[in-house]
Design a protein around this ligand. Structure first.
Ligand SMILES: [Zn+2]
Length: 300
């Protein structure tokens, strides 16, 4: 009897280990990390010291959800008008109770489209917007929602640092100047956790890219959110060489009418040996890091 119990226990242990192993493999799936990531079960189960950066699939538009090691939440952009349901589903999926920092990169609807409803419905800490006004209904609705909520807009510009989590450095590296073009007014955020970093240029174009380089800002980043959905107006070779990303994420809708991303931009990324991920092909894209290793998982 005793022997059979031991065999039974051993079998159960084996089954459990196999199941745990499967989970960790799934988490590590998709792509190799910049450094070999730990495959121990504990590193997968314990999310305590992890930073998650999720490029949400919102079709043609940008939305980046950042979940920090101490449980803080930051949202940079939120997709176009009509994507509210998707955004609220993501908020539920990732169990977001409060958005500590909300950043609208610039007033275009494919970036701030869902913000009026999000601001109305959710607990919001701070709101950052660049000084770029717009007379669109969406932008005006956002200003009204912010006002109704009793929030004050903080100006997004070069040199702004955001206190989000003591382990994470969040700085803005643009806009460095005032530009007529609202794309160039895009707030450009850089997030650093240990050896891993993420750069979110919104729709910043060549002019802003040049000024970021001139400013001497530390632009080097492991992951680059490709500017302006991969259009020809962004991602100059000089900028790309400064950022030196391992991964480039393009947030773009399937068969979009703008022809994003362009062949030219894709070629530039390929020439720099950057691994390209796209929300139209990969769905939502999640990077997880403990500050040293980096894992990436995609929905499809
Ligand atoms: Zn855009």
């Amino acid at each position: 009897m005793k022997k059979s119990k031991m065999i039974f226990a051993a079998c159960m242990a084996f089954i459990l280990l196999t199941l745990c192993g499967c989970t960790s493999f799934q988490d590590n799936a998709s792509f190799a990390a910049s450094k070999p990531s730990s495959t121990s079960a504990s590193s997968v189960i314990s999310e305590d010291s992890q930073l998650k950066v999720i490029f949400l699939d919102v079709g043609q538009g940008n939305a980046q959800l950042i979940l920090t090691p101490s449980g803080k939440t930051m949202l940079i952009d939120g997709g176009n008008n009509g994507r509210e349901k998707d955004m609220f589903n993501y908020i539920k999926q990732y169990n977001v109770k409060k958005i500590d920092v909300l950043v609208g990169s610039h007033p275009d609807a494919d970036h701030i489209g869902t913000f009026p409803e999000l601001v109305d419905a959710l607990d919001i800490g701070a709101v950052y917007l660049p000084r770029a006004s717009s007379n669109t209904k969406t932008y005006e609705a956002l200003l009204t929602s912010i006002k109704n909520k009793g929030l004050r807009i903080k100006t997004a510009k070069t040199g702004v640092t955001i206190d989000l989590d003591e382990k994470i450095k969040v700085v803005m590296v643009a806009p460095a100047d005032t530009y007529e073009d609202t794309n160039n007014m895009s707030a450009v955020v850089k997030i650093t956790y240990g050896q891993q970093s993420f750069l979110f240029p919104g729709d910043a174009e060549y002019k802003s890219e040049q000024d970021m380089i001139k400013s001497g800002a530390e632009l080097g980043s492991t992951v680059l959110a490709v500017g302006h959905h991969g259009s020809n107006s962004s991602t100059s070779v000089g900028f790309l060489k400064k950022v030196k990303p391992l991964y480039a994420v393009i947030q773009v809708g399937e068969d979009n009418k703008y022809g994003h991303p362009t062949e030219k931009t894709l070629k530039k990324l390929e020439n720099q040996k950057v691994k390209i991920l796209r929300t139209d092909k990969n769905g939502s894209i999640t990077f997880t890091t403990d500050g040293s290793s980096l894992k990436v998982a995609t929905d499809k």
